[in-house]
Design a binder for this molecule. Structure first.
Ligand code: ZN
Length: 204
């Protein structure tokens, strides 16, 4: 075991610490920026897989269920993200549709599937699949490119602007996107990636 394997770096401010397993009910927090470094081991992998399954279901629902219903002067229309993508998916709009779809649907879904692939067998007490560590690393590398929360924020700002012009009702997809944002915050702030890494290493 190399001398670096005992070290753990804060994911937010890069402060370096000597890793030690916290006692039951405790968690290790960065002294400088208060990010969680090591959370209780019990259920870290289970929670990570459960949240990734929830993310996959929510993403597919958010794509096809109605996102907004807009009504003005007795005329109304409701559409899903998929409907809107189809409307713009030709000519000059195609690259934009592909970019937005990748950032808000494809990459978050791919991240969730990579986590399920890598950590799922750990939860089921089976042998780790080949390249599990690499799959988990890819899901971490893709994290800055999963931008569902920026999409929700952009939609919220756009809605504030049109709310005076027409009656706007939120569809289930908007709430699903909002739930995704909360799950992402929880997954990034409160789940212990260190525990997942060490369980992937132990079972390889
Ligand atoms: Zn820190």
């Amino acid at each position: 075991m190399s001398e670096f394997e005992h070290l753990i770096a804060c994911p937010r401010c890069d402060a370096l610490y000597r890793a030690a397993r916290p006692k039951t009910g405790e968690r290790a927090v960065c002294h400088r920026c208060h990010s969680v470094l090591i959370a209780p081991r019990v259920g870290a992998s289970v929670r990570m897989v459960a949240l990734s399954i929830s993310v996959s279901i929510l993403l597919i629902g958010a794509l096809f269920l109605p996102f907004l219903h807009i009504e003005r002067s007795g005329l109304g229309n409701s559409s899903s993200v998929f409907d809107v993508a189809l409307i713009f998916a030709h000519g000059i709009g195609l690259p934009l549709v592909l970019a937005v779809a990748s950032l808000i649907i494809v990459i978050p879904l791919l991240r969730a599937l990579l986590v399920i692939y890598a950590v799922g067998p750990v939860v089921l007490n089976r042998n780790v699949r080949p390249h599990a560590a690499r799959a988990f690393r890819w899901s971490e590398t893709l994290r800055p490119w999963a931008m569902a929360e920026i999409f929700v924020l952009g939609c919220a700002i756009a809605l504030v602007k049109i709310v005076d012009l027409a009656t706007v009702d939120f569809g289930p997809a908007l709430w699903m996107f909002s739930a995704l944002v909360l799950i992402n915050v929880f997954q990034d702030s409160f789940l212990c990636k260190w525990t997942v890494w060490s369980s992937l290493e132990q079972t390889t």
